[in-house]
Design a protein around this ligand. Structure first.
Ligand code: ZN
Ligand code: ZN
Length: 286
């Protein structure tokens, strides 16, 4: 079969690779669609615990082609979505029921072969029937799960006044959950007009077109809400945006680092200010 194969960071080709078979507890899936997200950009550059050689693709939907021994909840021909992440179940984090921080975390498309291929292999218990969802909807199962986790961590107070900077795919999924998850008002600020139009069509209360200059963006948003928002979310992964978040929230407000910055990025916040204004800093990984 053909697959995108990275020999190393930034070094990829479409290559012929051996067809894989399903071992016990696994399934082989013919991939129909595989999403690309910001994480793939980090992986492209060798970041986010990528292991090479690698076939990326962590947002996959397709059809079960082969079912390994001991798999009873899936059958050939079934349309499915894949949860790419698996925890070991026995490391200190796993036994504390925090599998997200598993020391032996395996992630299809990050440190094991993923969905940028004609077919992929997955542990069967991480594969879910999508029933009558169309492929181009079901392919959002993984990023939507990330957004749901974001909502869990955020633990939004009902009626909160929420600002989100950025309007990429995952951000727009989160925005919809915010709208339906108890926010009193959701404002999305981003540079790209058609994405803001999408945000509006999804029920976001207010969209603000800003440029990519964080200083100017700060001024526009500060003028919009001089007292500050209850929650300010970075959905861009740009540290220049994360930098301005504390100054955009009200006292006792929450800064939510939702996008993924580069590992070497830094911001400068005043710890005194964080203390004095009792700010909360949260993030949601995966
Ligand atoms: Zn993703
Ligand atoms: Zn573990």
């Amino acid at each position: 079969m053909r697959a995108v194969v990275y020999a190393g960071p930034r070094d990829f080709s479409v290559s012929e690779v051996p067809d894989r078979r399903a071992a016990a507890g696994e399934v082989v899936i013919d991939v129909a669609l595989a999403g690309v997200c910001g994480t793939d950009l980090h992986i492209h550059s060798g970041g986010f615990f990528a292991e090479f050689p690698l076939t990326p693709g962590h947002e996959s939907v397709g059809v079960v082609r082969e079912v390994g021994a001991g798999v009873h909840h899936l059958e050939r021909g079934q349309r499915v979505a894949v949860d790419n992440a698996s925890a070991c179940g026995h490391c200190p984090h796993c036994v504390r029921d925090q599998p997200l921080f598993c020391e032996n975390f395996r992630s299809l498309g990050v440190n094991e072969a993923g969905g940028f291929a004609e077919s992929m292999v997955s542990p069967a218990h991480k594969v879910f029937a999508v029933d009558d969802l169309a492929d181009d909807v079901a392919v959002f199962a993984e990023p939507l799960a990330c957004a749901v986790h974001g909502m869990d961590v955020l633990a939004l107070r009902p009626g909160a006044d929420v600002l989100m900077l950025g309007s990429g795919t995952t951000g727009l999924l989160l925005a919809q959950l915010l709208v339906h998850g108890g926010a009193g008002r959701v404002t999305v600020a981003a540079p790209t007009e058609f994405k803001l139009a999408l945000a509006s069509s999804y029920g976001v209360d207010r969209v603000v077109q800003v440029n990519r200059d964080a200083g100017q963006t700060y001024q526009v948003l500060r003028d919009l809400s001089p007292e500050g928002f209850d929650v300010a979310i970075d959905a861009t992964g740009a540290s220049s945006v994360v930098q301005i978040l504390p100054d955009l929230v009200a006292d006792n407000g929450t800064v939510f680092v939702y996008g993924m910055c580069d590992a070497d990025d830094r911001v400068q916040w005043s710890p005194y200010d964080i203390f004095r204004r009792q700010l909360h800093v949260k993030s949601a990984r995966g």
